[in-house]
Design a protein around this ligand. Structure first.
Ligand SMILES: [Zn+2]
Ligand SMILES: [Zn+2]
Length: 469
């Protein structure tokens, strides 16, 4: 199918710019330059310095020229690709059409994507196996929200929208992959780049499917971008240490014999005990963990009883646990369980805890953040990197960083000078589509920076918890 058919013709033309008729030839990416001689590491043939001599290292100017050339040919097609996904959003583990579209584009470029066993999501290797391996991760799922925008590429699926920018993430990793495939075809990649298109980030859990399928086996470092409508296009939000939080759910159930409110001493005063649990647990937890871990238990639902003069025989409390520290997150269930038992025992009630794991905190490794910073200086400018705050939101990229070093950065998607108050997970969320080219540049340059670093990263470097990029 052509781009035009995919995206409903004229109405999907990005930015009102003129469009080529038919498909922009992603598929030709590999062919271009593949037959030429190698001018030097990381430099596409045909873009050698005018002097014609070999280039000793990946020069920022040379990389810029290559990226300019690639984006001049592919940027419009990438915007159309994003709009096609935006019009056809799919929820976690139902991303069949999205998966198919990505597979088509990669296959056209001569690559061999592997779909995950559950049928949605995929990964795809580029470049030689001998050498380091760097992963670029995108998430591909949408949210159960109504698209409230009035744009030609509005969601065609009622109640489902790409309101977290995962259509943009997917497009950027695809674009970076196609660019890097050109480099690989010319023999210019000193290692392998693995594109990870994971399903079900919002569900969450898609990262675990990728890992179960061997998606990060042999990967030395992983990088991801997430759209951030608070910062302008052309900027990259960086942070060393925790950038997103763990978010788990807890369900407490308390039971007792019940009885008359006139005789609490002859039964167990269940409502009183529940109230103690609700107040004591958050207080005790805050004294059992390092305050810098920002572990917080907040109740969202408490319920017990039905009439004024009867002590009920059961009650519940439900809440969330958020945490920025990996170690505290791992200890949290056991700590909560023992605290709950000790409070319940004091009032002679039975208490049980169901602790449902969400995602771990995403803890950015310092070296990987520096690679993002170096790459953004190279392709977006020296001023492009800006500090970004910690968030108590969850992000399942944290699962990968439990096993391998890496970093998540926030990509500016806000139109420069715009005054709108857009946020993620809102029905009116949208991006300035020039962010796609910026994201392709950053991802490609970061992957090359990591590959040319040469050494396989060893042990994780010490975290600077509060350091800001
Ligand atoms: Zn989200
Ligand atoms: Zn997201």
């Amino acid at each position: 199918m052509s781009e035009r058919e995919d995206t409903d013709g004229e109405s999907a033309s990005p930015s009102g710019s003129e469009q080529t008729t038919g498909r922009t030839p992603f598929g030709s990416a590999m062919a271009q330059g593949a037959h030429m001689t190698t001018p030097g590491p990381g430099v596409m043939p045909g873009l050698e310095p005018s002097g014609g001599g070999p280039v000793a290292a990946l020069g920022g100017e040379q990389l810029q020229l290559q990226l300019d050339s690639f984006l001049a040919r592919h940027e419009d097609a990438l915007k159309l690709f994003r709009r096609d996904l935006h019009m056809h959003p799919e929820l976690g583990y139902a991303e069949h059409r999205t998966t198919q579209r990505i597979v088509e584009r990669l296959t056209e470029a001569g690559l061999r994507p592997q779909v995950l066993p559950r049928g949605t999501g995929l990964f795809c290797d580029i470049g030689p196996e001998d050498g380091p391996t760097v992963a670029l991760r995108a998430d591909i799922d949408a949210l159960p929200l109504q698209d409230e925008k009035d744009v030609p590429y509005k969601s065609t699926v009622p109640g489902v929208a790409h309101a977290c920018g995962h259509d943009v993430h997917t497009t950027m990793v695809l674009g970076a992959g196609l660019f890097l495939a050109q480099q690989a075809a010319a023999g210019l990649l000193p290692g392998r780049v693995r594109l990870l298109f994971q399903p079900a980030e919002e569900t969450p859990g898609g990262a675990l499917d990728v890992m179960a399928a061997g998606g990060i086996c042999g990967v030395d470092r992983a990088f991801a971008l997430h759209c951030d409508p608070r910062i302008e296009v052309g900027q990259l939000g960086l942070r060393t240490g925790p950038i997103t939080a763990a978010c788990d759910k807890v369900y407490v159930k308390v039971t007792g014999p019940g009885g008359h409110t006139a005789r609490p001493h002859l039964t167990a005063d269940l409502v009183y005990a529940l109230a103690k649990i609700v107040t004591e647990l958050p207080a005790a937890l805050s004294r059992r963990v390092d305050p810098r871990s920002s572990l917080s238990l907040v109740w969202g639902r408490v319920s017990a009883g039905s009439v004024a003069n009867a002590i009920p025989d059961d009650g519940i409390a439900e809440g969330t646990v958020r945490c920025l520290d990996d170690e505290a997150w791992h200890r949290a269930p056991e700590m909560m369980k023992s605290l709950l038992q000790s409070v319940a025992a004091a009032y002679d009630v039975e208490a049980s805890l169901e602790y449902v794991r969400g995602v771990p905190p995403t803890v950015n490794e310092a070296t990987s953040v520096q690679m993002f910073r170096d790459a953004s200086a190279q392709v977006l400018g020296e001023e492009a990197a800006v500090p970004t705050p910690q968030s108590l939101g969850g992000e399942d990229f944290g699962w990968y960083l439990e096993s391998i070093p890496g970093a998540l950065a926030r990509l500016g998607v806000r139109e420069p000078g715009s005054s709108g108050e857009y946020d993620l997970h809102r029905g009116d969320f949208d991006v300035d589509e020039s962010c796609i080219a910026a994201g392709v540049r950053v991802l490609a340059a970061t992957a090359l920076t990591a590959l040319w670093d040469g050494n396989r990263p060893g042990d994780q470097e010490p975290m600077e918890g509060a350091a800001i990029a």
